[in-house]
Design a binder for this molecule. Sequence first.
Ligand SMILES: [Mg+2]
Length: 125
Amino acid sequence: MRDMRALVIDDSKAMRMILGRLLKTVGFEVSEACHGRDALEKLGDGPPVDLALVDWNMPEMNGLDFVKAVRGSGNHAAMKLMMVTTESELARVQAAIEAGADEYVMKPFTPEVLKDKLVQMGFGA
Ligand SMILES: [Mg+2]
């Protein structure tokens, strides 16, 4: 089986580092994008991605629009999408689920919470 690949999509460099480090500890190869449009470009150029962690508020293309664009394209159908939200955005999570997001995690979260979600999604032990 090939290595698992994750794409961390967030306009915060600090958040990308935190999430990237965590994903590496559970065995992902990690790449980063700083907003939705950047992510679409990287998905178009790169190898298949198994999991994308998607921030909400980003310049150029926000997280919800990214989910809509990916799921509407019919490409990357096997890629799981996890929204990374704040509490104030929870009411909007339903819109992302309806658009095709698979899961969400609320900031701030512990490494254990994120790892549990990943296991539920079929990643990791
Ligand atoms: Mg943001």
